[in-house]
Design a protein around this ligand. Structure first.
Ligand code: CO
Length: 189
């Protein structure tokens, strides 16, 4: 006739164990200090709920990095890269969302002063695909990614101070002919 009592005990222990598991790592000996802990864990569980906001960050810039897409019809998916002035360094991820190989529809992302853009592009043509269509060690190039084909992804990180003096900066693709469509401005704000 002791069975119902044991059942109750087991149920109670099981419940305590569940509560214990529900909180944090210390799944140590149950029954010890259970009474006080669950209430704080409940409070902690409820606090994060209102924090479901940060999803509304602009798609273009996520903290100190951004992702620029490029496709099979010679286009970036944005004409502007906005860099928060609060960032020390900034990373641009370039994603080729197309399927064509690098030799047919290669894309990179090169950052220069807007005033240098056309000349850097012209001077890079002779470097060929192996040279990423950029003249080696061109001092006018502030930052650039590698040249990629469809399905590939690359990135580049640079100090924000290199583009924050208000001189006017742009990004473009140095694959021959692509600058006609593939270019945009770089803004620090
Ligand atoms: Co391109």
């Amino acid at each position: 006739m002791a069975q119902p009592t044991y059942s109750c005990l087991f149920a109670a222990i099981a419940a305590l164990s569940l509560i214990a598991c529900g909180q944090s790592e210390p799944a140590a000996p149950p029954a010890a200090g259970d009474a006080s802990v669950p209430s704080t864990s409940l409070a902690a569980d409820q606090a994060p709920a209102p924090t479901a906001e940060p999803a509304s960050v602009p798609a273009a810039t996520d903290g100190c990095s951004t992702t620029v897409g490029a496709n099979d019809i010679m286009q970036y998916d944005t004409a502007q890269i906005v860099i928060p002035a609060s960032c020390t360094e900034f990373t641009v991820h370039l994603t080729h969302t197309g399927q064509l190989p690098v030799g047919a529809m290669g894309h990179n992302l090169v950052i220069t002063k807007t005033a240098d853009m056309e000349a850097v592009n012209r001077d890079g043509a002779g470097a060929g695909l192996d040279g990423g269509y950029l003249k080696a060690d061109d001092p006018r190039v502030i930052a650039h990614t590698g040249m990629i084909g469809g399905g590939e992804r690359t990135s580049v990180t640079f100090p924000v101070s290199t583009v924050s003096d208000g001189a006017g900066y742009s990004f473009f693709c140095s694959y021959p002919g692509h600058i006609a469509l593939m270019k945009g401005t770089v803004i620090v704000q």
